[in-house]
Design a protein around this ligand. Structure first.
Ligand SMILES: C[S@@+](CC[C@H](N)C(=O)[O-])C[C@H]1O[C@@H](n2cnc3c(N)ncnc32)[C@H](O)[C@@H]1O
Length: 290
């Protein structure tokens, strides 16, 4: 490892300064923050503790653990995989290579759901392509009367999602179904939410290596124009949505007009697009007529 030389006794302060330079040279966007997160993880302390005792030297074991994760991070392993968990919508979720790392944009999808759907009703919710289970678990936690079904085609993603439901105390409120979209789903729902794969197949190879080489392809590949899976869902959803039921879809940039047309031609009403914090229309909301 290059950069500033470390004294023989690595202190927290020295290690953080050194790693910041090392990560910066590797093109990591928030080098100091990531160094702090990884060091806190290697030392098994809260990040704040690093500021309380900056002159504390690392033990041999701590150095070795830290060195390993720093190298993995430099080589492109996502930070979230190294620490094994993320915070999402106020809850903790375990993450691994088996399911997409939840993104902050998907928290905004939940924001829109919470704005529109009363929280005190007994409703049936369906999360299509649950991945780590973030949408299903948040629906179960924030809608205390909801019965939630979570679907994924990937058995290993479903294992992650089940673990996350247990971690958040809602394992009894969610039915997990291994299914190719609706193949093994029955019944009518009041709310269907999905963050489906929506990356244009042409762009897959151009994704940052951190995403392309570490995240499941089936979580990303949306086929031509990124619209293949969204189209399949919009065609099928009406058969599973109760009258007056709502659909919420996270979509990619530039897909809003095509998705609005698909929803309207499928017979949905009150079709609208909500924007993300950057002002891009990224959430399709529509109602199945009563
Ligand atoms: C973009 S990820 C979303 C994961 C999670 N809901 C989130 O927001 O972080 C899409 C998910 O859809 C799943 N998926 C892809 N094709 C599917 C299909 N045909 N049937 C069911 N699930 C599918 C993938 O395995 C993946 O977990």
């Amino acid at each position: 490892m290059g950069g500033t030389t470390l004294s023989t006794e690595w202190t927290i302060r020295e290690v953080l300064n050194w790693t910041r330079g090392y990560f910066e040279a590797a093109g990591i966007v928030q080098p100091r923050l990531e160094a702090e997160i990884l060091l806190a993880h290697a030392l098994d302390v809260e990040r704040l503790n690093l500021y309380i005792s900056p002159d504390q030297p690392l033990t041999i074991d701590e150095r070795s653990r830290y060195r390993t994760v720093v190298k993995q991070r430099r080589d492109g392993t996502p930070l979230q995989h190294l620490i094994g968990e993320v915070q999402f919508f106020g809850l903790r979720f375990r993450v691994s290579r088996d399911a997409l790392i939840p993104r902050p944009e998907t928290e905004e999808l939940l924001d829109h759901i919470l704005k529109l759907v009363p929280r005190d009703r007994e409703i049936g919710c369906l999360d299509l392509g649950t991945g780590t289970g973030v949408i299903a678990v948040c629906l179960a936690r924030y809608f205390p009367q909801a019965a939630v079904t979570a679907v994924d085609i990937s058995p290993s993603a479903l294992d992650v999602a089940r673990g996350n439901a247990a971690l958040n105390g809602v394992e009894d409120r969610i039915a997990f179904v291994e299914s190719d979209w609706f193949d093994r789903v029955s019944g009518g729902y009041d709310l269907i939410a999905s963050n489906p794969p929506y990356v244009d197949e042409k762009d897959l190879e151009r994704l940052p290596a951190e995403v392309r080489d570490h995240e499941p392809r089936e979580a990303l590949d949306g086929g031509p124009g990124g619209l293949r899976e969204i189209g399949a869902l919009i065609e099928a959803i009406p058969s599973y949505l109760n009258c007056g039921g709502l659909v919420f879809l996270e979509i990619g940039r530039g897909q809003d007009e095509a998705v609005a047309k698909m929803l309207e031609s499928a017979g949905f009403v009150e079709v609208r697009m909500e924007s993300d914090l950057a002002g891009n229309p990224r959430y399709a909301v529509a109602e199945w007529p009563s």
